[in-house]
Ligand binder design. Structure first.
Ligand code: GDP
Length: 709
């Protein structure tokens, strides 16, 4: 059955770890009829998380896209096919170490549901993900979950959303009772009480609002109407004249407000106790954008570098983005894509414009929670998976060969933690090379390098959990036996001042065919986080074009190897402006070596320093431990930036070097008698203090203990 784009929603469910994202997703799959058994996270039977270690850890890692169908509850009397919506749920990871997954899912979805824990309100990761969603301009709904939990506080949670995230967060429903008294919801639009009966709360029973909640409901209702009236001139008029406003008009105004980020609907309930989830589904249909309502996507013509605007027209030329590669037990390699324009048909040939390769789509599939459905095609605005592409990787653009265009690339942060790995046997060594390549293809924040001094294989990622999961998958899924070292900080090197006219020469001319490469470069520091920029200013063919690529490659290779202490060199710009060549003796390799020589020489003259990763740390503790805990943060070279209270607990925000954070979990536990908790994520790189840098360069590790959160 085909559902028009107007009734299609591509959404993601995002949250701080443990807020209830997985449970909410499970309930959504249950109510939309695609999952026949309600899985509990703590029993390890959920449908979305199908990798074994996800089940064990109870966290979600893969960004699988699941297709579901929903007829809003208010159409109960009219279950007509014309009222059916298609909701594609793009799964987002629950842990910040999987930044790449969060970013790329935000990129392809059109709307989001943010899940909060009613005891915790806004937590640090909710804030981070919220800002990421802002960056991609994703309209969203909020769901304050766990209203049934001891300590749940709807009003406080709402306040924390308004204070920390967006003041336009407005409830569309409020709870009837909280904690163990939580029994149902008041729908603030219809002003009715809703109760969720049946084994899984699937039966919605409508009643009158209980007397003791009438006053509160009216207060929230008034606030809602006033806020909606502000969004629409006609409604403002009606409101001022005291007229009763039609619900459909209210809904349309809310929808407009959501799309313009002026109104953020807030729902509440308990996913675990099966209360309130259907309202979120209605909200997704009513207020989140369809693919036609999202901002126009832009791409670049790879040949002319001109901008092309892409519109969600199924008749237009094909443009699609690969956002995820995943191993599938039935199909082998699955490639998840979002179609931005045109129609993608099974059996057709497409151009991978990022790699300039033609490929054939052998199958197109829709992923449901518990089965896969082969379809003939996907059209603009749809999300699905394809099989058959050999060369395509995450982030690549697929398009019509006659309409070459490359969509904007997602920029990922650099990994901050390294870990040595060693295959146990020769057989494992062979498998390892293949597996490492595969993981790098799937995950742009996972990198592999060889230590230039020791020859060791190092893997790098965004945090200990990230690397743990990857090594675990290598062992389980690919049966590679590995020894792993302890996680180490991934330092970087950079330069402090510009230098000009540095020569790199690689000339060997003694009999037979010689070697001749000669370059002159300038280098200068770039702003932190900018990476590497290469500018070619060679004029008049003093170095032929064909050697420019190899020169850049030589420079990059030297940067990757590092100079001070084998850490990657970063944040610098190289301008190639002079040099010479030899008709016979010049070669790619000679210019590559000349490039490396010049870079090393230049970097040494430009003053090398070591950069260390600084983490954003939030520590939550009972007040009596405040002195000890802040003292400990200070002793870890931490800078305390802010302190505040949250639900009788003290919250300390700080920036701390990652090198000092190994063992923090244990130390915090000891200092707070097990009552403190913390949350940490990468923030930025900055120069390491001289004495510390010196120790690292001399090969002394700053911290010897490892940390297990
Ligand atoms: P995620 O990390 O955001 O995916 O969170 P999960 O869905 O895995 O939930 C984390 C924990 O909270 C699990 O033990 C759930 O059973 C529990 N949980 C989820 N929703 C609720 C709820 O509405 N009420 C209560 N009391 N617990 C919940």
């Amino acid at each position: 059955m085909s559902i028009p784009l107007k009734r299609t929603r591509n959404i993601g469910i995002i949250a701080h770890i443990d807020a209830g994202k997985t449970t909410t997703t499970e309930r959504i799959l249950f109510y939309t009829g695609k999952s026949y058994k309600i899985g509990e996270v703590h029993e390890g039977t959920t449908v979305m998380d199908w990798m074994p270690q996800e089940r064990e850890r109870g966290i979600t890692i893969t960004a699988a896209a699941t297709t579901t169908f929903w007829i809003p509850t208010y159409f109960k009397e009219n279950q007509d096919e014309n009222n059916r919506y298609r909701i594609n749920i793009i799964d987002t990871p629950g842990h910040i170490d999987f930044t790449a997954e969060v970013e790329r899912s935000l990129r392809v979805l059109d709307g989001a549901v943010m899940v909060f824990d009613a005891v915790q309100g806004v937590e640090p990761q909710s804030e981070t993900v919220w800002r990421q969603a802002d960056k991609y301009k994703v309209p969203r709904l909020c769901f304050i979950n766990k209203i049934d939990r001891i300590g749940a506080n709807f009003a406080e949670s709402l306040l924390s959303i308004r204070e920390k995230l967006n003041k336009n967060a407005i409830p569309l429903a409020i709870p009837i009772g909280q904690e163990s008294q939580f029994s149902g919801l008041i729908d603030l639009l219809t002003m009715q009480a809703l109760y969720f009966e049946g084994k899984h709360g699937e039966k919605i029973v409508i009643k009158e609002i209980p007397d003791e909640f009438k006053q509160e409901a009216h207060k929230y209702h008034e606030e809602l109407i006033e806020k909606v009236a502000e969004l629409d001139d006609e409604l403002t008029q009606d409101y001022l004249e005291g007229k009763k406003i039609d619900i459909n008009k209210l809904k349309l105004a809310i929808r407009k407000g959501v799309l313009e980020y002026k109104f953020i609907p807030v729902y509440c309930g308990s996913a675990l106790k099966n209360k309130g989830v259907q309202l979120i589904l209605d909200g997704i249909c009513d207020y989140l954008p369809n693919p036609l309502e999202t901002p126009l996507v832009k791409g670049i013509d790879p040949k002319t570098n001109q901008e092309k605007i892409i519109s969600a027209d199924p008749q237009g030329p094909l443009v699609a983005l690969v956002f995820k590669l995943a191993a599938d037990p039935f199909f082998g390699q699955l490639i998840y894509i979002r179609i931005y324009s045109g129609t993608l048909k099974s059996g057709s040939y497409i151009l991978n414009s990022t790699r300039d390769k033609q490929e054939r789509i052998s199958k197109v599939v829709l992923m449901h929670a518990n089965h896969r459905e082969e379809v003939k095609q996907l059209i603009a605005g749809e999300i699905g998976a394809v099989i058959g592409l050999k060369e395509s990787k995450t982030g690549d653009t697929l398009c019509d060969p006659s309409f070459p265009v490359v969509l904007e690339q997602i920029k990922f942060p650099e990994p901050v933690i390294d870990m040595k790995i060693e295959p146990e046997t020769k057989d494992d060594e062979e498998k390892l090379a293949f597996v490492l390549r595969k993981f790098q293809d799937e995950d742009p924040t996972f990198k592999v390098k060889i230590d230039k001094d020791t020859g060791d294989t190092l893997i790098s990622g965004m945090g200990e959990l990230h690397l743990d999961i990857i090594t675990d998958r290598m062992k389980r899924e690919y049966n590679v036996k590995l020894k792993t070292g302890r996680p180490q900080v991934a330092y970087k090197e950079t330069i402090v001042k510009p230098v000009k006219n540095i020569e790199g020469k690689y000339i060997r001319q003694s009999g037979g065919r010689g070697q001749y490469g000669h370059v002159i470069i300038d280098i200068e520091p770039l702003e932190r986080g900018k990476g590497f920029e290469f500018v070619n200013k060679i004029k008049g063919g003093i170095i032929p074009d064909e050697y420019i690529g190899p020169i850049e490659k030589g420079i990059k290779e030297a940067m990757e190897k590092g100079i001070l202490a084998s850490y990657e060199l970063t944040d610098l710009k190289v301008t190639l402006h002079d040099g010479s060549y030899h008709e016979v003796d010049s070669s790619d390799i000679a210019f590559k070596i000349a490039g490396s020589i010049a870079l090393i020489e230049a970097a040494k003259k430009a003053g090398l320093i070591l950069l260390e990763p600084i983490m954003k740390l939030e520590t939550v503790i009972p007040a009596q431990f405040f002195g000890k805990v802040t003292g400990d943060i200070n002793s870890r070279r931490g800078r305390i930036e802010n302190m505040h209270e949250r639900y009788n607990m003290k919250v300390i925000d700080a920036k701390v070097p990652l090198a000092e954070m190994f063992g923090y979990a244990t130390s915090l536990r000891t200092l707070t008698e097990g009552r403190g908790s913390f949350y940490m994520e990468f923030d930025h790189y900055e120069p390491a203090p001289n004495n510390i840098a010196q120790q690292i360069i001399e090969g002394k590790s700053v911290s010897q203990t490892t940390n297990k959160k």
